[in-house]
Design a protein around this ligand. Structure first.
Ligand code: CAA
Length: 283
């Protein structure tokens, strides 16, 4: 079945990025969120990014207008009845995602693949709340989605080969490089990235060095585009903590113990860029 119309659930940073890339690569995109004002804000943000592309000669005004016209706002999950593919990028909370997947399973056509952009929640568990576990898969984009080439494609225990092949092809059509991963806590990206970020936070906690120094070592010494603490602020410290908890619980191994300083900062509401304060100041 050809995929023409995609529903993206969640108009946050990730969902907005996925919707933008899908629309730019020719798909009709139903961008769903609970609050219309939130969708409008995201569409305005996407419009700004496309304006920049036009100004830089990467896109014509016509392409920009066509891309924006392909983005259709939706505040009703029942709109999933009319799409060929769904990718969910709602909040990283298993109960919330399970609720969404139950509704999608009822509403979407029985042959429609239900993908999740989750960064660490188990695909197998999401699949288990549906009557179509062979059609449930992880499609994990990286932030910022329009810039980053990678998509981790995560196979739950029941995901079929046909579902995998479709998602691999879809990711490639969207200009991304898919990598096949099996469903274990943190997949590849966050199993490798988050312990490094957590260790950088331990370096602050133990007084090894100031945040600026730690980031400089990793930027200039290892050629990382952002230091780990700047990256933690960019991802959101609450998200970093949630992912460390998934690793800690999922493997029952103390090597994934979240740093107490990370817990403390999240409790203080210091969540990084989005709250104006994390390891660095953004106010
Ligand atoms: N949305 C869209 N485009 C964005 C953007 C955003 N939020 N932020 C930056 N960009 C674009 C800029 O517009 C710019 O595009 P042009 O070249 O067309 O002008 C380009 O990215 C480069 O931006 P800048 O020149 O402003 O800054 P930079 O060179 O420092 O690059 C960066 C910014 C691409 C974010 C770079 O710092 C980087 O690669 N950082 C690491 C990002 C990373 O590791 N991401 C993965 C996070 S982990 C994750 O996502 C998974 C998870 O589960 C937690």
């Amino acid at each position: 079945m050809a995929i023409k119309r995609i529903m993206v659930i969640g108009a946050g940073q990730m969902g907005g990025g996925i919707a933008q890339v899908a629309a730019q690569t020719g798909f009709e995109v139903v961008l769903n969120d609970i609050d219309r004002a939130f969708i409008d804000k995201r569409l305005a943000f996407i419009g700004g990014l496309l304006d920049k592309n036009v100004a830089k000669g990467r896109m014509t005004e016509e392409d920009k207008a066509a891309t924006l016209a392909r983005l259709i706002p939706s505040t009703d999950l029942k709109d999933a009845a009319d799409v060929d593919f769904v990718v969910e990028a709602a909040t990283e909370n298993l109960a919330v995602k399970e609720k969404i997947f139950r509704i999608l399973d009822e509403v979407a056509r029985p042959d429609v693949i239900l993908a999740s952009n989750t960064s660490s929640l188990p695909i197998t568990e999401l699949a288990a709340v549906t009557g179509r576990p062979e059609l449930v898969i992880g499609m994990h984009f990286m932030n910022p989605v329009p810039v980053m080439k990678l998509v981790e494609v995560i196979r739950g225990i029941a995901t079929s080969d046909a579902t995998y092949a479709t998602v691999k092809e879809l990711a490639e059509t969207m200009g991304k490089v898919p990598v096949e991963v099996n469903d274990y806590p943190g997949f590849i990206s966050n199993r490798v990235l988050m312990p490094m970020i957590n260790e950088a936070i331990y370096c602050v906690y133990e007084g090894v060095a100031e945040p600026e120094a730690i980031d400089t070592v990793m930027k200039l010494g290892m050629n990382h585009p952002m230091g780990p603490l700047t990256l933690a602020d960019f991802i959101g410290l609450d998200t970093c903590l949630a992912i460390m908890e998934v690793l800690y619980e999922g493997f029952a191994d103390s090597k994934y113990r979240p740093c107490p300083l990370l817990r403390k900062m999240v409790k203080a509401g210091w969540l990084g860029r989005k709250s104006g304060k994390g390891f660095f100041d953004y106010s």
